[in-house]
Design a protein around this ligand. Structure first.
Ligand code: LLP
Length: 421
């Protein structure tokens, strides 16, 4: 459920009409609903009620400071994967003890930043990384709380580019090796072993792979405890999928996911951490674009928008589907017709949808891409020298620009021409 509905024939974000925002900021832009973000965070928080837990929002899905502040104020922790994301979490007011640091290639600078600024735990992905954390923590006279990210060799049954839990993927420490690496961790100076971490992939639409991975984590936890490690925290990663179309089979709900977690791991007495990104932010955002041209081709027609693959890369990168709807509600009975929906970037990959059924729209009309709040703005680039598009947050009947559209002057001003040219 989200808060993007037609009201008196016009698409609204909560109580704000989309054309009102378009008039204020121009197109294209991203718009997020505070009520939807809040609702989605609470669904996870409530799903784990009764167990000691922390819902750590995966910043990579949407890293706008206003979004992080909103979630942080609700009590969310944050899952970060870079020094930049760590800085964002802190700038949004989230304390270090609610920030977990994931990622396969943390640099010494990033480790130092998190250790000095405060960190709940590092999710460690290799022995070399473990040793670097130990060395830096020792040098700083600190103890680094760590969990090892184990790779459970489970098929997440999702898009190959976002599956992470198979042994051929670059992520984590093979679960069969975990005991030995935990033994090394416990013996290293400056390291405090606190838990086990796992993340098997993103946009999972079935609980079975999660459950298979969590059962392996359970077994490992029992083994590690028998080895003398005080495993008191389990980080179960993110990955619960969202419905990208209105018609497809709905993925499991957070409450079902939470019930399964409690069922599989509840008796271990561990604190549970989860790292959802997409389910919190995905359906809390739209990308709004204007039609530039309607072009009649041979045997097919093209709707050319002012948004492009650089603004929302998911369709060209993963072949992902986003529902695209007109901002002015079509009259009942208006027949949709198939059309290719494309952006102005100079490559064929800049195609949002092929032969998509859409009711007629023409130049100047607004369309909205649904489910664009996750992995939308954060993956945008300036390809074709198109400035990053603004982000807007709506709450009730008011809205604010939470990221300005940069001017061309700012964009060009980042380059410099050496004096010897
Ligand atoms: N935790 C870790 C360690 C992760 O790597 C990820 C996502 C998450 C949590 C959050 O997963 P989520 O709940 O959002 O599924 N750009 C791709 C998605 C990449 C996901 C990468 N890792 C897309 O647009 O589909």
């Amino acid at each position: 459920m989200d808060h993007f509905l037609y009201k008196t024939g016009v698409l609204h974000a909560e109580d704000v009409a989309i054309p009102e925002i378009a008039a204020a900021v121009g197109t294209p832009f991203y718009v997020y609903s505070a009520a939807t973000l809040t609702r989605h965070f609470r669904l996870f928080d409530e799903a784990l009620a009764g167990t000691d837990h922390l819902v750590c929002f995966a910043i990579k899905s949407n890293s706008n400071l206003a979004v992080l502040k909103l979630l942080g104020d609700l009590g969310a922790g944050m899952d970060v994967v870079s020094g930049g994301e760590y800085r964002r979490a802190k700038a949004a007011g989230v304390p270090g003890e609610r920030i977990v640091f994931s990622g396969v290639g943390k640099t010494p600078e990033e480790i130092r930043l998190a250790l000095t600024g405060g960190i709940r735990q590092f999710n460690v992905e290799s022995e070399p990384e473990l040793r670097v954390i130990s060395a830096i923590a020792t040098e700083l006279g600190l103890r680094a709380p760590i969990a090892l990210r184990v790779n459970p060799d489970v098929d997440a049954k999702t898009h190959e580019k976002i599956a992470t839990g198979k042994s051929e993927n670059k992520f984590g420490i093979p679960i069969a090796k975990a005991r030995a690496v935990y033994a090394e961790a416990a013996a290293l100076p400056g390291i405090d072993v606190v838990g086990v971490d796992v993340h098997i992939g993103s946009q999972l639409t079935d609980l079975a792979p999660f459950e298979a991975a969590f059962r392996k984590v359970r077994e490992l936890t029992l083994t590690l405890r028998a080895d003398g490690h005080d495993i008191r925290r389990l980080d179960l990663g993110g990955g619960l999928g969202i419905p990208y179309t209105r018609s497809n089979l709905a993925p499991p709900l957070p409450v079902e996911y939470g019930a399964m977690i409690k069922d599989v791991l509840g008796d271990l007495g561990c604190e549970i951490e989860i790292e959802p990104g997409r389910l919190i932010s995905g359906n809390a955002g739209l990308m709004v674009s204007s039609v530039i041209y309607l072009k009649e081709g041979e045997g097919r027609n093209f709707l050319i928008l002012d948004a492009a693959m650089n603004d929302l890369v998911r369709p060209s990168m993963y072949g992902a589907h986003h529902d695209i709807i007109p901002v002015i509600e079509p009259e009942p009975g208006t027949a949709p017709a198939p059309i290719d929906i494309v952006g102005p970037v100079c490559e064929t990959g800049d195609t949002f949808a092929k032969a998509r059924d859409l009711t007629p729209v023409g130049p100047g009309d607004l369309v909205a891409f649904r489910s664009a709040g996750a992995y939308g703005a954060v993956m945008a680039s300036e390809y074709n020298s198109r400035p990053l598009i603004p982000e807007v947050l709506v709450q009730g009947d008011h809205f604010a620009v939470i990221r300005q559209r940069p001017s061309f002057k700012e964009m060009l001003g980042r380059d410099s021409i050496p004096e010897w040219l």
